[in-house]
Design a binder for this molecule. Structure first.
Ligand SMILES: *Cc1c(COP(=O)(O)O)cnc(C)c1O
Length: 354
């Protein structure tokens, strides 16, 4: 039986995308060759890469606005240092909204001065810091749009006077935003975009070339842009599957259409958390993530019963991250609303049993 997959990452992909990807592994578009055994310089693969890059910009509404899309390796974690290497000359401002944000700060501090414009660390990151100011004379401002571990999400973004860099790993392509507010958007593929192994980086070209340091080639956005995201052998399977998933999203009506479904799923989930006295939401209500709902079971004695019921209902991977505890339901684009219904049903059944 196919499970209800609430995994936080790597996470759920649409079944039709998995099927197409697996067909491409055996025989790519009736070419007699696997996508894994052709040259990345072949027309077939260059087309896949160019299609994936174009789809990313198209879905974000950034075509013709001076942006380039790259599919790199090393995960979002490599972007923590790559952003600093390419943009940090004197000082940068960071919003410390979770442990991924804190890791980005740690890497940037290797290169230069970093200032935390705001932090919610004191409350175990259960809210998004607000009311902060971004100094005009800094090189860039860095934020994390969705804090995967804590289940908080930025509902609005500042009008930054300096380039705004955003780690969108866990909510990319999930909601409409004015993406042209950002200088750099990056996202590891494995949350809401594709398989692990590639990272989307969307860069506004005119913010580059302003630092005095020498940048190693693999770390240099300009090098990757000049080479069409093919400076070296790209992770072909991850990019192929990501392209298929972006096509799936486009056919569904793009970000605006999926956003409506994501809102419905989140409403269903949070109303159960709020109405069921056995459960308590972790994140501050106004900052609740549409992607990752975090909650705890108030009565520890019911834990075993609840987890057995989850298992029997085919519900997988709702365990919380170790730094928050409790449960986390990740409701990425590919998760059907029926899976949320199944989870909510188990929660209310537990209430009637208790
Ligand atoms: C998962 C995650 C990361 C880390 O991604 P990797 O690709 O594993 O390096 C960074 N930021 C956020 C917000 C994440 O959810």
């Amino acid at each position: 039986m196919k499970k209800h997959n609430f995994s936080a990452g790597p996470s759920i992909l649409p079944p039709e995308v998995l099927l197409k990807a697996s067909q491409g592994v055996v025989d790519l578009d009736n070419s007699g060759l696997s996508v894994l055994e052709i040259s990345h310089r072949s027309k077939a693969f260059v087309d896949i890469m160019e299609n994936a890059r174009a789809l990313a910009l198209e879905l974000l509404g950034l075509e013709g606005k001076g942006y380039k899309a790259l599919f790199l390796q090393g995960g979002a974690s490599t972007q923590f240092l790559m952003v600093a290497l390419n943009l940090l000359e004197k000082r940068a401002g960071y919003l410390n909204s979770g442990s991924w944000a804190a890791k980005a700060i740690k890497e940037a501090k290797i290169y230069d001065d970093v200032y935390e414009v705001g932090s919610s660390k004191d409350a175990n990151y259960n809210y998004i810091p607000k009311g902060y100011e971004i100094p005009e004379d800094y090189d860039y401002f860095h934020c994390t749009s969705n804090n995967t571990i804590y289940g908080t999400q930025m509902k609005s973004f500042p009008n930054s006077p300096i380039p705004m860099v955003c780690d969108m790993s866990s909510d990319i392509f999930s909601r409409t935003l004015d993406f042209s507010k950002f200088g750099i958007i990056y996202a590891g593929a494995q949350k809401n975009m594709g398989p692990a192994g590639t990272t989307l980086v969307v860069v506004k070209e005119d913010i580059l070339g302003k630092v005095s340091r020498k940048i190693p080639s693999m770390m240099d956005y300009k090098v990757h842009i000049d080479k069409g995201s093919m400076f070296n052998t790209p992770p072909v399977f991850a990019i192929y599957t990501t392209m298929l998933n972006l096509q799936w999203l486009k056919e569904k009506g793009g970000i605006a259409a999926i956003e409506k479904e994501n809102e419905k799923k989140a409403r269903l989930m949070y109303s159960e958390i709020d109405l069921n006295p056995l459960f308590k939401g972790f994140a501050a209500k106004e900052d609740r993530s549409l992607m990752n709902a975090t909650f705890t079971l108030e009565n520890e004695n019911l834990k075993e019963t609840f987890e057995t019921m989850l298992k029997d209902a085919g519900i997988s991977a709702v365990n919380g991250h170790r730094s928050v505890g409790g449960y986390r339901a990740s409701m990425y684009n590919a998760l059907p609303i029926d899976s949320v219904k199944a989870l909510v049903e188990v929660m209310s059944e537990l209430e009637s049993k208790a």
